[in-house]
Design a protein around this ligand. Structure first.
Ligand SMILES: CC(=O)SCCNC(=O)CCNC(=O)[C@H](O)C(C)(C)COP(=O)(O)OP(=O)(O)OC[C@H]1O[C@@H](n2cnc3c(N)ncnc32)[C@H](O)[C@@H]1OP(=O)(O)O
Ligand SMILES: CC(=O)C(=O)O
Ligand SMILES: [Mg+2]
Length: 353
């Protein structure tokens, strides 16, 4: 482990200095596309302004014989498109694959100045992040890149979950972590074949009634609660951002919204959109509701310097609820600065209060 005094030292001569704080930039949806798929690639200029993050995916979902085409497609798109305030990310191939070295070398040297974040799949421990960290520093130095490219890990192996705290704190490059429910299910030998979401078999049943014939209600439980909660704590402890990952049942927009909202309420800042239909869902869910923002502003106003206790509409407010309200309001302000429609909805709700 590096000494704390060396933690923020560049790992290569000529590499940019690491950031001391992860910039909070809106990232309600990380929109995945395959840069080697001509139809999807053609949609990028139209989709870019609608999303917070556009991610050129090179890993799973890109067939083995299309890996080079996807990488080349991403370089072309990154050079050609003006992304405005939208972030450009990529998901590279896994560190044990034959493609990852070329992914990193090509992308950083050709379009490193356009890339905000590199998502690394199947991260198992701090050593995976250390490897990417050093290599990125060398490549940044070679390419003359002046601001560090950040790193995002996917939590999708049992070992990764066991090491999530050390992964979150492995480097000042760490921007965030996403849950990878599909690979994680396989790694853990879970018996769901879905990409995220619930399972009707994972339930609790109410106690028997005196009368044997009365049916006993069942309640479906959340398969992902434990992992998301661990991930959120690890991220918060290290000042980085947690995300729910993919929801594979594209047609079930209702369950997608539920899964995204559970993650939002537990502390996640965004989720992946795999299909254009999921963009609006993520936008809705990961933007605090206007009524909640108006309420939070009311509490903050009533609390003055944020200490003491007051009663508002029958509810006790004190230093802790003041902090909760600050979380909601600062997120709303950051999102409103990027999203005029949302800013207007917040202003209207404020006028109603
Ligand atoms: C477990 C994991 O690793 S998850 C992450 C990896 N997976 C991915 O990245 C998947 C990304 N998404 C996709 O590949 C596709 O959305 C699929 C395969 C799920 C569905 O694709 P389709 O069957 O083409 O869906 P559908 O017919 O509804 O698409 C409608 C249009 O949207 C386009 N489209 C679909 N997904 C996307 C996308 N993610 N980005 C941009 N455009 C898209 C299609 O090309 C199609 O265009 P067209 O109207 O010009 O023909
Ligand atoms: C997100 C991802 O890669 C997975 O669920 O496996
Ligand atoms: Mg995966």
């Amino acid at each position: 482990m590096r000494s704390p005094k060396d933690f923020f030292r560049p790992l290569a001569v000529g590499a940019p200095a690491p950031l001391r704080e992860v910039p909070f930039r809106p990232s309600r949806m990380i929109h995945f596309f395959d840069p080697g798929n001509a139809k999807m690639a053609a949609k990028v200029p139209d989709i870019a302004p609608q999303v917070d993050v556009l991610l050129g995916n090179l890993e799973d979902a890109v067939a083995a014989d299309r890996k080079e085409a996807a990488r080349a497609g991403l370089v072309e798109i990154a050079k050609a498109v003006d992304f405005g305030a939208t972030q450009l990310w990529t998901r590279i191939n896994s560190l044990d694959s034959p493609w990852v070295l070329d992914d990193l070398v090509t992308l950083v040297t050709e379009v490193g100045d356009k890339l905000d974040v590199i998502m690394v799949p199947k991260v198992e421990g701090a050593e995976d992040i250390h490897y990417v960290d050093r290599l990125l520093a060398q490549l940044e130095a070679k390419a003359g890149i002046t601001r560090p490219i950040l790193v995002h890990a996917i939590l999708e192996t049992a070992t990764g979950v066991a090491n999530v705290e050390e992964i979150a704190g492995a480097s000042p490059r760490m921007q965030g972590i996403s849950l990878g429910p599909a690979d994680l299910a396989a790694s853990r030998r879970m018996k769901t074949t879905r990409v995220g979401g619930g399972h009707p078999g994972y339930l609790v049943r109410e106690d028997p009634h005196g009368d044997q014939d009365t049916p006993r209600a069942t309640f479906q439980q959340d398969l992902w609660h434990y992992t998301i909660a661990r991930m959120v704590d690890a991220c918060a402890a290290h000042g980085i951002l947690p995300y729910y990952g993919p929801f594979g049942d594209i047609k079930d927009t209702t369950a997608c919204e539920d899964q995204f909202r559970n993650a939002f309420l537990l502390g996640c800042v965004g989720a992946w959109s795999l299909h254009p239909v999921q963009i609006a869902i993520a936008k809705k869910v990961f933007s605090p509701a206007p009524a909640d923002v108006a309420w939070a502003r009311k509490v903050i106003a009533a609390m003055g310097d944020g200490t003491g206790a007051v009663m508002i509409d029958g509810k006790m407010q004190d230093d802790a609820t003041y902090k909760q309200c600050r979380v909601v309001v600062s997120l709303a302000d950051e999102l409103a600065a990027r999203d005029p429609e949302l800013a207007a909805a917040y202003a209207a709700a404020q006028d109603e209060e």
